[in-house]
Ligand binder design. Sequence first.
Ligand code: GAL
Length: 354
Amino acid sequence: MRGTRLKSRLVRLAAIAVVAIVASTGLVACTAGSDAVKIALLLPESKTARYEAFDRPFFEKRVSELGNYDVLYSNADQDAAKQQSQAEAALASGVRVLVLDPVDSSAAASIVAAANAQGVPVIAYDRIVNGGKLAYYVSFDNRNIGELQGKALVAKLDADGASGGILMVNGSPTDGNAGEFKSGALSQIEPSNYPVLADFDSPDWSPDKAQDWVAGQIVQFGGRIAGVYAANDGTAGGAIAALKAANVSPLPIVTGQDAELAGIQRIVSGDQYMTIYKAMKAQATLAAEVAVKLAKGEPVTGDIEINGAPATLLSAVVVTVDNIMNTVVADGIYTVAEICTPEYAAACAAAGIR
Ligand code: GAL
């Protein structure tokens, strides 16, 4: 009798401790039944729209379709130490699987080690983890994404008969993908007629830091800037803001990635040349399906093997003003009404987006 009471008191204390951890780390649990199996989704940052707009909702939706699972969600806000605590909190609360998009691809090896020590499999989501044993990796061919960006930029500069050079605004130096994007882009830019004037690795993929850096380069290079390789739409937005603030006209050719709504709107208005549309729904859905299989202890298979883990790399396509309708609109990612707000209505009409 006393034993039973003590046990229930301990269970209650443990529950309170988990609630406290959850509250202090920003981990968000969705409310499935109390017997639900827990799966953690750890996303890296909040300056890029994709994570809250697509990855999280698509993942949660698919998991909920597959049974009684509780997704413990957290966003690290570009902070590797915060992500480490979020992972520890998730492990302490008894998750069966970790789906991890690391802020820092190297530092996150300790998260994988901690999970593995508890017998919890880890799916590397979008960004690989350098170290530790992964159960699965789902991403894109990130070097190819860089090639697509670089190729589109060079082809457009050639078509315009441009002269001058390129500023490279790369992604976060702690994100393994950013290095892949950069080397893929360089493979296209280096043999071209457009020398790299200067390059910058944007800490945390921060649009503000990209903007500040580009502002400084405008002072130095002015009219010699023919193109800006921006690794994603967030940094493209920062670069374009700096160019506009300095009244650079016409704007250089600017690249991007992620098909963010703001990026698509800048493409419609002509401020940004292209973006990369990644199959994020397929990515999140596959991660959810693999996570559920792993939670059940079922085997998982990939198309290829990367760092010793089964892996799937999904496809990505270039979007310019010419194919907005048959990519992001056709796939139901955005409606024409969402893109063509009053500010963009005239540009949309001119581009045949209706
Ligand atoms: C990369 C990711 C991109 C972009 C960027 C900034 O790892 O592949 O899609 O979101 O991070 O978060």
